[in-house]
Ligand binder design. Structure first.
Ligand code: 4NP
Length: 152
């Protein structure tokens, strides 16, 4: 079973939104994925998704009742097949934290979107624009879905 972990700085804005949207896509497409999210920092550990992310998830009929921020652990790098950061700093931090031999699991979210391979998913903690973040995440869902499906 393919396991996917979305990662951002706080695990309250971008990565829980990505987790929720991919869970919905996973159910609709019956991809059979295990999906989770985590933070690179300890700052928001134990907190639910931020209000703006909750609003988007509610609007999309996605249940976030069990979602609480957690920090990525060394065992996550062994357990998950795909570890997907939202921005270049996330990827850099993940590369630093990764036990050796697990680095190839680390990716940038937008790298699957043609023409936007180097772009970052904007952090609404700073932009206050949750809709923009939702739109960018939506662009990658089916493209990641294809990748996960072809993983052996
Ligand atoms: P996230 O956004 O990484 O998308 O969850 C942030 C959440 C909290 C903080 C920064 C970014 N913070 O500084 O606490």
């Amino acid at each position: 079973m393919t396991k996917v972990l979305f990662v951002c700085l706080g695990n309250i804005c971008r990565s829980p939104m990505a987790e929720g949207l991919m869970k919905k896509y996973n159910e609709e497409q019956r991809l059979g994925l295990v999906i989770d999210s985590a933070a690179t920092s300890r700052w928001e550990v134990g907190n639910p998704p931020y209000a703006g992310t909750q609003e988007i998830l509610k609007r999309e009929n996605i249940d976030f009742s069990g979602m609480y921020a957690r920090q990525i652990q060394p065992k996550d790098f062994e357990e998950f097949d795909w570890i997907i950061g939202m921005d270049h700093q996330n990827v850099k931090d993940l590369m630093r934290l990764a036990p050796s031999g697990t680095e190839e699991k680390i990716h940038l979210y937008m790298e699957v979107v043609p023409g936007k391979e180097e772009q970052e998913v904007p952090d609404p903690w700073y932009t206050d624009n949750f809709e923009e973040t939702y739109q960018m995440l939506s662009e990658g869902l089916s493209l990641w879905g294809e990748k996960f499906g072809s993983y052996s």
